[in-house]
Design a protein around this ligand. Structure first.
Ligand SMILES: [Zn+2]
Length: 487
């Protein structure tokens, strides 16, 4: 009789050998361990936000609002000033400081919000303008609730979703930008800072300069250059450009509103902190915070609620800014070193480190993902290096937009395109006196080097520049606008 047989009521059954039992036990053990590992990971994944949130916030140095007596805040749309700086405004007013808010557009291009608000699918130009006035009123209510007076709020009346075009194509052009929604070439709003102002970039600069000159702020707060919303980064560029051309010296803080799914998690989490998106925490930006007390957080939340038209369509996003602190960035200008004839793409010539792998489409188009920008100069030339994550490709367009200055006097701009089968430098636009005829381009795998004779840019000693990549007319990546001094 074999050993592994037992007798039961149902007769004889085969009994598993001990070894097999042990393997089974081991399998079970591995399965349990695996399941617990997954559960632990899910928990860490769910809690990561809270863990990293606390960890990151503790690293952020604090900014002192009390140090500034005249604060000027720029908002691309009605609500950005409240999302970014409602706490700063309260602190400043409490300390007896003066605050002015400049709203660049009236947010009249938000079709979904306008449609929902008026219960219409097809909107007329008048509807968009009506929506612009409605959003202005929301701003006035929100800011009055924070203690500002109506006369401290300035509406410039530029076209929503059009600021980028005013900065790039319609900066110094003969024709003005045409807003396809309100169907106008100029501000249709009777309360614009410059009534009937034509939609040209140069007018935006004149308005900003005039406000800075008359208000004389010691702190200017404006959008962060790496904000993904075109109106936001364009506002950032306009404000910085205006400060540069005035050679105005004051403290500058930049704020972020739009970057991927930031600030996560959406919804109201007043116990959490506003911390920079992970990828942006490791660039050349320094991040700071202004802590708020419970009363200030409550008032900020109330002011955000005053934006009824926005709360209807993106409540969770707006409420995600109701946190323990407000977040600000500072970007320093960089010095381009003297070129020593060596490798331009070495650390000593680095002027901008960009976040990579953080935009979905770029995972498949590494040749468009901008990694860093290098700059150098010698007595004759300016050398600009653009480095991507992957190899540069013919189908991708690489645009370099340079604005040149001599002792803060604006000389003009040049917009060049590197693209096509030969990847030539193509001048797309310059101020009249500039030439791109003698610009040279060298390309090696993921590096593009462009060399300009200094005299073709009227011998500047400072540049303000940015690079962007495009595929079939669609923007893929864009670097921050950077001030580069040629010393
Ligand atoms: Zn905005």
């Amino acid at each position: 009789m074999p050993r592994f047989k037992a007798t039961t009521s149902e007769g004889e059954v085969y009994r598993k050998p001990q070894k097999e039992k042990r393997i089974r036990f081991k399998r079970k053990y591995i399965l349990y361990a695996f399941v617990s590992w997954i559960v632990a990971n899910v928990l860490v994944f769910l809690a990561r936000e809270y863990i990293s949130n606390y960890f990151f916030s503790a690293q952020l140095p604090q900014l002192q609002v009390e140090n500034y007596k005249r604060i000027l805040i720029f908002a691309p749309h009605c609500d950005d000033e409240t999302l970014s700086s409602a706490g700063v405004i309260q602190k400043a007013l409490l300390g007896g400081s003066k605050v002015k808010v400049v709203v660049m557009t009236n947010g009249d291009g938000f079709t979904r919000a306008a449609g929902q608000n008026f219960g219409k699918i097809r909107l007329s130009p008048d509807d968009y303008i009506r929506f612009g006035y409605l959003r202005q009123n929301e701003t006035i209510h929100a800011l009055e609730d924070l203690g500002l007076r109506r006369e401290d709020i300035i509406f410039l009346g530029y076209p929503d979703r059009g600021l980028r075009f005013l900065w790039e194509k319609y900066f110094d052009s003969k024709v003005s930008y045409f807003s396809p929604l309100t169907r106008t070439f100029k501000s249709p709003y009777s309360n614009s800072y410059q009534r009937g102002v034509e939609y040209k970039g140069i007018n935006v600069v004149k308005n900003i300069q005039s406000i800075i000159k008359s208000f004389e702020p010691d702190l200017i707060i404006y959008p962060y250059s790496r904000d993904q919303h075109p109106d936001h980064w364009a506002t950032s560029a306009f404000v910085k450009f205006s400060i540069l051309t005035l050679n105005y010296k004051c403290e500058e803080w930049q704020y972020l509103v739009h970057r991927g799914d930031w600030p996560t998690p959406f919804g109201k989490h007043p116990q959490m902190y506003l911390v920079p998106p992970f990828k942006l925490a490791f660039t050349d930006t320094k991040w700071y915070q202004v802590p708020l007390d419970d009363y200030m957080i409550e008032r900020k939340s109330n002011s955000i609620s005053d934006y009824h038209s926005q709360m209807k369509v993106m409540r969770g996003f707006l409420e995600a800014f109701v946190r323990q602190n407000e977040l600000f960035a500072k970007i320093d200008s960089k010095n381009a070193k003297k070129y020593e004839g060596d490798n331009l793409f070495s650390d000593k010539y680095l002027v901008s480190k960009e976040p990579t792998h953080d935009i979905w489409s770029l995972i498949f188009e590494k040749g468009a993902d901008i990694e860093s920008i290098f700059a150098a100069h010698d007595s004759k030339n300016i050398y600009i290096g653009i480095k991507m994550v992957g190899s540069a490709k013919k189908l991708i367009s690489y645009y370099l937009h340079i604005r040149a200055f001599e002792n803060y006097k604006y000389l003009g701009r040049m917009y060049v395109l590197v693209s096509g089968s030969k990847m030539n430098v193509i001048k797309t636009m310059t101020s009249p006196a500039f030439s791109a005829q003698n610009a040279k381009m060298r390309r090696k795998k993921n590096q593009i080097e462009i060399i300009f004779p200094k005299k073709d840019l009227q011998n500047p000693n400072m540049l303000y520049l940015s690079v962007r990549t495009e595929f079939l007319g669609r923007q893929l990546d864009r670097s921050a606008w950077k001030v580069i001094e040629l010393k």
